[in-house]
Design a protein around this ligand. Structure first.
Ligand SMILES: Nc1ncnc2c1ncn2[C@@H]1O[C@H](COP(=O)(O)OP(=O)(O)O)[C@@H](O)[C@H]1O
Ligand SMILES: [Mg+2]
Length: 425
């Protein structure tokens, strides 16, 4: 059996009680761990059970994250509630009474700028998890598709979005008017933070305490104003704390993280032992091939044991050679499969920003002041857009290349992802 928290109950009433029929858009959350994904799954299951043959959407920015996060919450909720359903990969969730939940990727793709695929849907209602990650256009189009079997069940159109504080359309459409008490009559915002969730684990709360200060304000305390969004992408770097002289320790693993632009090609060299992170060197070479770079590394780090990660797009065959970049590295450095530790997809950028800043703020970290100079330059110059992504539109401008920063991000995600395990929930 699933019991709702007081905040979830409040939202659930807005979504299901006839007295709230004028509300067509509900935004719930504004922090991490407030029971957002659970609420959405519980609502959809309830509606599907009560209204046979209805059709609902569960959406998120990408289908990939939807499956890794929200769908898992669905499985947990369904298990706890003894719900019968069938999950069909790439189709959705089917219930014995004919109701269904479609899983939708709501990201903007240049190949479908008008969201034509969404535009042809007819649905009964929609739940968009972390709706601050999609565009307002996707939200508008999805809400305009809510009509299927509404009259039959006496329902009114409802779209539920959940979010963390963000400085984009969600802020201007919901949060700002909410605070200024001028929110449209068809919209509502219910704030739910981790402290409003009595069922949260202690482990989860301690992970939130591990965040850097800005992210803690935002995700734990639900502060929308603390965001210095347009500032530096790396905001927790303090030269006096984070730089010094770093020596290679030959008895420890040397970690290499690659970014395969031809101009420049970049590699971050680091070590981690005795609970301390050491940035040894940031290599950045113009007009250099992966071959040449690896030979250079071989010369600079003779006899060292390497582990490798890097840009996953580097897995694509290059124009220069039919061999793949990672294969070249493996071949030139004479590595085994187990030392090649790239996997999955490149990490989401906004998440990456929190991980990088949390590490700098909370984990003992030292970069060699001289040898890591190109990375430290990126720390000081790369700016963030208002979605928490590094701005890199103009490669001619050195501040917008961020290749060295990328190699550091890959290092963090590959070997320090556990530091903020909760980020992808
Ligand atoms: N109604 C509920 N009943 C039981 N556990 C819940 C409920 N709501 C939330 N939880 C617990 O709290 C955790 C966080 O909830 P979740 O919905 O994933 O939060 P959010 O999506 O806001 O980060 C869940 O993993 C689950 O363990
Ligand atoms: Mg969630």
């Amino acid at each position: 059996m699933i019991e709702l928290s007081p905040r979830q109950t409040q939202a659930f009433d807005v979504l299901t009680e006839p007295k709230h029929s004028q509300i067509s858009e509900l935004l719930y959350g504004g922090g991490a761990g407030g029971g957002k994904s659970y609420l959405g799954c519980i609502w959809l299951i309830y509606q599907c059970a009560n209204c046979p043959d209805t059709r609902w959407v569960m959406g998120r920015n990408t289908l990939h994250t939807l499956k890794e996060t929200t769908l898992n919450s669905f499985f947990q909720v369904a298990k706890a509630g003894n719900v019968r359903y069938r999950y069909i990969e790439n189709k959705g969730i089917l219930f014995p009474n004919g109701s269904q939940i479609l899983l939708k990727d709501l990201a903007y793709y240049p190949s479908d700028p008008e969201f034509d695929e969404l535009g042809s849907l007819e649905i009964t209602g929609a739940f968009v998890d972390e709706c601050n990650q999609i565009t307002e256009k996707a939200w508008n189009i999805l809400s305009s598709r809510i009509r299927y079997k509404l009259d039959e069940y006496g329902l009114t159109p409802k779209i539920l979005g959940t979010c963390n504080p963000a400085r984009n359309w969600v802020f201007s459409r919901f949060y700002e008017p909410f605070v200024e008490k001028r929110l449209d009559a068809n919209k509502m915002f219910i704030q739910a933070l981790v402290d409003d969730n009595p069922r949260i684990s202690k482990f989860y709360v301690s992970q939130l305490d591990n965040l850097d200060e800005m992210s803690r304000e935002r995700l734990k305390k639900g502060n929308w104003d603390f965001l210095d969004i347009s500032g530096n992408w790396v905001y927790s770097y303090r030269p006096e704390l984070h730089t010094g002289k770093v020596e290679l320790n030959r008895s420890e693993v040397v970690r290499l993280s690659f970014d395969f632009n031809r101009n420049p090609i970049a590699c971050h060299v680091s070590q981690h032992y005795d609970n301390h992170y050491y940035g040894l060197e940031q290599i950045e070479i113009d007009n250099c091939t992966t071959y040449q770079l690896c030979n250079e590394i071989k010369a600079r780090y003779p006899g060292c044991f390497f582990n490798v990660t890097g840009d996953i797009s580097g897995k694509a065959a290059t124009t220069v050679s039919r061999l793949q970049n990672f294969d070249i590295i493996k071949y030139v450095l004479e590595l085994r499969d187990a030392q090649m530790q790239y996997s999955g997809a490149n990490p989401p950028l906004a998440e990456s920003r929190m991980l990088v800043n949390a590490m700098l703020e909370r984990y003992p970290t030292t970069f060699d002041k001289v040898k890591c100079a190109p990375l430290l330059r990126d720390f000081e110059t790369v700016k963030s857009d208002n979605e928490g992504r590094p701005i890199k539109t103009n490669r001619n401008n050195i501040e917008e290349r961020a290749d060295c920063l990328d190699t550091f991000r890959y290092t963090m995600h590959r070997w320090f992802g556990d530091f903020l395990k909760i980020l992808a929930s």
